[in-house]
Design a protein around this ligand. Structure first.
Ligand code: CTP
Length: 465
C-alpha cells in the first residue's frame, strides 16, 4: 500500500488541517486520523478495518530487525566527538536518529549531524514540520535506546528534575526506552554536590552511564574526571545495552596488554621508576574491550581508573610483569605498551638503607631485567599470532625502531619520539610511526584514544585477513 505523509500534502490543505486541529484541540496527526475514521465509517465496516492507528514508520533502507538509536547531542565542547559517535554507531549496523539541543548548535550544526545520520536532525519542540511528521512522542517511542552524549550538567539536572522544556528533555521524559548517558563537563562541575545528587537520582531511575573519563579538559591547564567517554566506548556500551554484539570487530579474541611503568625497589621504601603514565596502554585496553575483545591488562603503578570491562592485573616490578604475562597466555594478540625498567637494583636493601653521616654514599649495583616483549615474541609455544611492541626513542626514531623490530622478534612496532619537548610521555597525544616488515607508516598526531582506535582497527583487519 502506498504511504502518504502529511508533509507530502499541499500547503493549502496543510493549513486547513492545522486550523481544524487547533479548533478541535487535537494534534494534526490525530485530526487526520479522526477524519479518516469518519470517512471509513461512511464507507462501511470493511473500510474501517483498514484504518488502524499508524505503525511506527521505518525508513525504507532500514531492515525490520535493525536496532534504532536516538542520539541526543547536548551543548558541550565534546559535541564534536558525537559526530564521530554517529559513524561508530552506524558502522555497527544501527539506525541513528539525532536531536541537537539549542546549546549543542553552538558546537555542531544540524547540517553536519544530518549529513552523518543521513536524514533530518531534530532541534525544536514546537517545529510544525516535526509535529506533522515525527513529533516528540514518536521520537521517544521509536527508539530502542536513547543515548545522550555529551550529557551536560544542565541536561542531567533537567532529567533528574523531570523538566520538559525543550525537545531533548520532552523526549527523555516521554520515554520508557533505556537511556545511556555519556557525561561531559568540567571536573569541578562533575564533582559538585548538585551534579552528584542528580547523578544518584538518575542512576536510581535506571539510567545507564558510560564515563566520564579522567584527562585533559578543553580549557587549557584543566584536567580531572569529566572528559566524555570516547565514541568507541560509547558505541560499545550502546551495543551492549541493545544486546547486539555480532558486529564487534574483535569479538571472541583474547588480547594481552602491558601498560605503565615498573617500579624497581632500592629498598622497601625507595624505587627506580620512569615517567610513563600508562595512558596509551590503558587507552588501547579500553578500545580493545570496546571492540569486543577479552582483554587482560597487566599494569605497573599508574594513576588511572581501570578501563571498563577489562581484567586488570596490577604488578610493580618487571619480573612480576613477566610472570603475569606468561600466566595470562595464550592470547591471540599481545601488545607491549609498558615502559619496563631495563635494570633493577641487584643489591636492593631488605631493610631501609640508613643515611650514615660521614660515611660513603651507598652504591647501587644494577642488573638487567628480562625483556618481556622479546621473551614472548621468541616463544616456540603459545606465541600470540600478532606480537606488537612500542619503541620509545629520543633520536633516530625510525632507524632504531626498525632495529628493535628485528632484535625483539615482534611483528609490529609503534615507534614514538619521547624526547621531553614532544610532551608524549605523560601527555594526552601521540605521534606514531608504525613499523612492520613491509615498511614504515607515519600516523598523524592524535589523542592517545585515537591512536588506540586506529591500532585496534588495524589489528582487526590483520587477524581476520
Ligand atoms: N620491553 C619489555 N621488557 C623490557 C623492556 C622493554 O617488554 N624489559 C618492551 C616495551 O614494552 C616496548 C619495547 O619492549 O614494547 C621497547 O621498549 P623500549 O623502552 O623502547 O626499548 P628497550 O628494549 O628498553 O631498548 P632501549 O632502552 O635501548 O631503547
Amino acid at each position: 500500500m502506498a504511504s502518504l505523509t502529511i508533509r507530502q500534502l499541499d500547503e493549502q490543505l496543510k493549513k486547513q488541517l492545522r486550523l481544524r486541529a487547533a479548533r478541535s484541540g487535537r494534534s494534526v496527526e490525530d485530526e487526520v486520523r479522526t477524519i479518516l475514521r469518519a470517512a471509513a465509517d461512511e464507507g462501511g465496516a470493511d473500510a474501517k478495518e483498514t484504518v488502524s492507528a499508524p505503525k511506527p514508520a521505518r525508513r525504507t533502507d532500514e531492515a525490520a530487525d535493525t536496532k534504532r538509536v536516538l542520539l541526543i547531542i547536548g551543548g558541550g565542547i565534546a559535541a564534536y566527538k558525537s559526530l564521530d559517535l554517529i559513524r561508530r554507531l552506524k558502522e555497527r549496523g544501527l539506525y541513528v536518529r539525532c536531536i541537537l539541543t539549542k546549546a549543542a548548535e553552538h558546537f555542531v550544526t544540524p547540517l553536519s549531524a544530518g549529513a552523518l545520520v543521513g536524514e533530518k536532525v531534530f532541534t525544536d519542540l514546537f517545529d510544525p514540520a516535526g509535529e506533522f511528521d515525527v513529533g516528540h512522542i514518536r521520537l521517544a517511542r521509536e527508539a530502542d535506546l536513547i543515548v545522550v552524549a555529551p550529557a551536560t550538567a544542565d541536561l542531567m539536572a533537567k532529567m533528574a528534575g523531570g523538566l520538559a522544556s525543550d525537545l531533548a528533555t520532552a523526549v527523555l521524559l516521554a520515554t520508557k526506552t533505556k537511556i545511556l548517558l555519556a557525561p561531559a563537563m568540567n571536573p569541578l562541575m562533575w564533582a559538585n554536590k548538585a551534579t552528584q545528587r542528580n547523578l544518584a537520582q538518575l542512576v536510581a531511575d535506571g539510567v545507564a552511564l558510560v564515563g566520564p573519563n579522567e584527562g585533559e579538559m578543553a580549557e587549557s591547564g584543566e584536567r580531572g574526571v569529566g572528559r566524555m567517554a570516547e565514541p568507541l566506548e560509547i558505541a560499545a556500551a550502546a551495543e551492549k545495552l541493545l544486546g547486539a554484539g555480532a558486529s564487534l570487530p574483535l569479538k571472541g579474541k583474547r588480547i594481552l596488554i602491558t601498560s605503565g611503568p615498573t617500579h624497581e625497589p632500592i629498598d622497601p621504601v625507595r624505587y627506580i621508576a620512569n615517567r610513563s603514565s600508562g595512558k596509551q596502554g590503558h587507552a588501547i585496553a579500553a578500545a580493545a574491550a570496546a571492540a569486543g575483545a577479552n582483554v587482560t591488562l597487566i599494569s605497573g603503578p599508574v594513576n588511572l581508573p581501570d578501563p571498563t570491562g577489562v581484567n586488570v592485573i596490577k604488578i610493580e616490578t618487571a619480573r612480576e610483569m613477566l610472570d603475569a604475562v606468561e600466566t595470562a597466555l595464550p592470547a591471540d594478540v599481545a601488545i607491549f605498551a609498558a615502559a619496563v625498567a631495563d635494570w633493577r637494583v641487584a643489591n636492593a636493601g631488605v631493610q631501609k638503607i640508613k643515611k650514615k653521616t660521614g660515611q660513603a654514599t651507598p652504591e647501587l649495583s644494577l642488573t638487567e631485567n628480562p625483556d618481556i616483549l622479546s621473551t614472548v615474541a621468541h616463544r616456540t609455544s603459545q606465541r600470540p599470532k600478532l606480537v606488537i611492541g612500542f619503541a620509545a626513542e629520543t633520536e633516530h626514531v625510525a632507524a632504531n625502531a626498525k632495529a628493535k623490530l628485528a632484535r625483539k622478534g615482534c611483528d609490529w612496532i609503534l615507534a614514538n619520539d619521547v624526547s621531553p619537548q614532544t610532551g608524549i610521555m605523560g601527555g594526552d597525544s601521540n605521534t606514531i610511526q608504525l613499523v612492520t616488515a613491509k615498511g614504515i607508516e607515519p600516523w598523524p598526531t592524535q589523542s592517545k584514544q585515537d591512536v588506540a582506535a586506529m591500532l585496534i582497527a588495524r589489528i582487526a583487519a590483520e587477524i581476520w585477513k
